[in-house]
Design a protein. Structure first.
Length: 343
């Protein structure tokens, strides 16, 4: 595909979805496979709309490399796809590092962070753990044996590898992440000189922070912001729908908002994501989980694809599958693969 055609394709998606977007840099050609394994490579659709798109992306590249690859509905619960991997019903599934680790250690995942509904609806929040359980951020550091130190990406990925069931392994994580972040409008960032949450602390009491309905019950919420950054907002304002939260931010009814980093609303409204240098929020990197007996040649193909998937790609996938007239995960993956072949 020529660069002109790929650019035109991206503009077509923007027109269809009512907003702009673009994928990552062009993808390299698929890893050459001289003699693919005869057995099929089955990829679980996974727990969210985003992982379903990723499954079709991996399958597409594997087929290009000569494998008999397909996407399998193994259920949307982590227990479902992990069980399918252990039984040998599937060989690969994509997930998010923080939520996967919390699941494996028996803690509740982080709300609707990774959900990308394909019908344009607002995800139903996952209940927070009880306050006496210590909250997710504290649990994560505790479970990883970090004491007072908060977990970063490498800590969580290492933890996942340590607790995966026997017979399973992680492949190379993608650069893409979809974690909670505090965002502000550009005028607010300029007015207060905000680039990260440390900047936010001294002016936090002047601002209202919009959140989802579960934010206040999580330790990375009011408790985490206060402990890590001495940030105690003037008001916490919960919203049941992301659209309402974003509208309130743009209308200055709240001056900051807790969103997920793969939300198209950030790009669409030129919002400023405040960095989290003290790792208050639970890391959520895209990481494929695979059966130990997945052929090395197939793992190499998946690793090559993962290396090209950034947060911008998750934004595009979310945009396409949650538009007013949504793409199916398979069609969104096909679009990404065709754009990725731009040379």
């Amino acid at each position: 595909m020529s660069r002109g055609r790929a650019t035109a394709g991206l503009l077509a998606v923007a027109a269809l979805t009512g907003c702009g977007g673009a994928g990552e840099d062009p993808q390299p050609p698929p890893v050459a496979v001289t003699s693919p394994a005869a057995e099929p490579v089955r990829i679980a659709a996974g727990p969210t709309g985003q992982t379903a798109v990723l499954a079709h992306v991996y399958a597409g590249r594997l087929r290009e490399a000569g494998f008999d690859a397909s996407v399998v509905d193994a259920g949307t619960e982590r227990a479902d796809y992990l069980g399918a991997l252990e039984r040998g019903d599937v060989e690969v599934a994509a997930d998010y590092s923080g939520n996967l680790y919390l699941h494996l250690r028996g803690r509740a995942p982080v709300g609707p962070a990774t959900a990308a509904p394909t019908d344009g609806s607002t995800p139903t929040p996952t209940p927070s753990p009880a306050a006496e359980d210590g909250g997710l951020a504290e649990d994560l550091s505790e479970l990883l044996g970090l004491g007072e130190e908060r977990a970063d990406d490498d800590d969580v990925l290492a933890g996942v590898r340590d607790v995966l069931p026997e017979g399973l392994r992680t492949l190379e994580p993608a650069p893409a992440e979809n974690t909670v972040a505090v965002v502000v409008t550009r005028p607010t960032a300029v007015e207060h000189g905000l680039t990260d949450l440390e900047d936010l602390g001294p002016v936090c009491d002047e601002l209202a922070l919009g959140t989802d309905v579960d934010f206040a019950g999580r330790s990375y919420g009011p408790q985490g912001l206060a402990e890590a950054y001495e940030c105690v907002p003037g008001r916490f304002v919960p919203f049941g729908a992301q659209e309402d939260l974003v509208d309130a931010l743009l209308q200055d009814r709240v001056q900051a908002a807790a969103l997920f980093t793969a939300s198209p609303a950030i790009e669409d409204n030129a919002l400023v994501v405040l960095a989290d240098p003290l790792n208050n929020f639970v890391p959520q990197r895209v990481v494929p989980v695979a059966a130990e007996d997945l052929p090395d040649a197939a793992a190499d193909v998946v690793d090559a694809v993962s290396a090209q998937i950034g947060t911008d790609d998750l934004v595009l996938m979310t945009r396409m599958t949650s538009a007013r007239d949504p793409y199916t995960p398979e069609d969104a993956a096909r679009y990404w693969l065709e754009g990725g072949d731009d040379t």
